[in-house]
Design a protein around this ligand. Structure first.
Ligand SMILES: O=C(O)CCC(=O)C(=O)O
Ligand SMILES: [Fe+2]
Length: 344
């Protein structure tokens, strides 16, 4: 059972003895985007330029299939993560976008600690392959592969609909449209990432949460029924101030990643976010679909350097895996340049 926190609509919640604000995120309606309703397109562009973090309402007929797909995926995840280490780690991590990683492979929330999550990733390219997919045996059966496939298919349609809506509202045409640098059949680092966070305590645990960062790719479609996700809201007054994101039934949380911000000529906004353990004794499950550009797509990064999408991806992962001490000087990668934007 997920912990129930009464918020009374964005009232602060008590966390470690202190009141923490709940983010007043706006919501975009998926069906209205699909129909390209002008007011919804304007709202989407406005939110992507000013906040970069919002809810996506998926409760209408066009969007709600993914909610059932998500429920099935959650069941699969619980079964997977409750298996033995050897079963989970059978194929290891053949690439950053595919495979299993135990707790503690990245820097954690607090200086000197490691992350507090284990992760199973299924790459979109691997899933699309005609030949047999490389998966741990415990999830390599027709039923489980279909569960991954349904979820990735739904996520792909939803995130590409959003890309298309953004291209239209920015007046992009033909090959310039964002969808055109996210084609199937062109290699990308797009992936489905399934997390299980172990309970922990920010003050005492050595492996805890998910370090602050901006996302690497274009758009992230995120689901969690449990608290823990925190965001740094735009504006210099919010530098190093965190707000919790309330899990909302029937909604995903969307965030704009570095790659789409770069591809938009830095017009769009990415929010710095992190995950902290909420004060309870249960595991936290979350599901992220990371839509990322084709590997060869090029744009100017946070330092004005021309990079390919895959170079940016690799550089960022290298930093994620370093100890905090070794990350010093890498903020423009870890936070995609947003640390200075927020504090400016
Ligand atoms: O687990 C979550 O809720 C968020 C994870 C996240 O921010 C990420 O992996 O980029
Ligand atoms: Fe993230």
């Amino acid at each position: 059972m997920a912990i129930q926190i009464q918020t009374n609509g964005f009232k602060p919640i008590h966390y470690q003895g202190k009141p923490i604000q709940v983010a007043k995120l706006q919501s975009i309606n998926f069906s209205r985007l699909l129909s390209q309703e002008p007011a919804e397109l304007d709202k989407l562009l406005h939110l992507c330029k000013t906040e970069g973090f919002f809810y996506l309402d998926l409760q209408d007929i066009d969007g709600r299939r993914i909610l059932d797909d998500k429920a099935r995926l959650l069941e699969l995840m619980k079964r997977f993560f409750n298996s033995s280490h050897d079963e989970k780690n059978e194929i290891g991590l053949p690439s950053q976008e595919h495979g299993y990683e135990p707790v503690g492979n990245h820097a954690g929330v607090v200086d000197g600690t490691k992350d507090g999550y284990e992760i199973l990733k299924v790459s979109r390219d691997e899933l699309s392959k005609a030949s047999s997919i490389n998966l741990p045996s415990i999830v390599k059966n027709t039923h489980d592969i279909k569960v991954f496939d349904d979820f990735v298919a739904g996520s792909s349609i939803i995130t590409k609909t959003m890309l298309s809506a953004l291209s239209t509202s920015l007046g992009l045409q033909g090959g310039e449209r964002f969808e055109n640098s996210h084609r199937n059949g062109h290699k990308s680092n797009s992936t489905l990432a399934m997390f299980r966070y172990i309970p922990g305590d920010l003050k005492t645990s050595k492996e805890v949460g998910h370090q602050k960062h901006t996302d690497i790719g274009s758009l992230t479609l995120l689901f969690s029924e449990q608290w823990g996700l925190q965001v740094q809201r735009p504006g210099p007054q919010n530098h190093d101030k965190w707000e919790f994101i309330e899990p909302k039934p029937g909604h995903a949380v969307i965030n704009v990643g570095d790659s789409l911000r770069f591809a938009s000529g830095h017009q769009l906004y990415s929010c710095i976010h992190q995950v902290v353990p909420i004060d309870n004794a249960e595991d936290r499950y979350s599901i992220a679909y990371f839509l990322r550009p084709e590997n060869e797509a090029k744009y100017k990064d946070s330092n004005g350097k021309l990079v390919t999408a895959s170079e940016w991806h690799d550089a960022k992962y290298e930093v994620f895996q370093k100890e905090h001490q070794q990350q010093i000087g890498s903020d423009s990668i870890l936070m995609g340049g947003m640390e200075t934007a927020v504090g400016a």
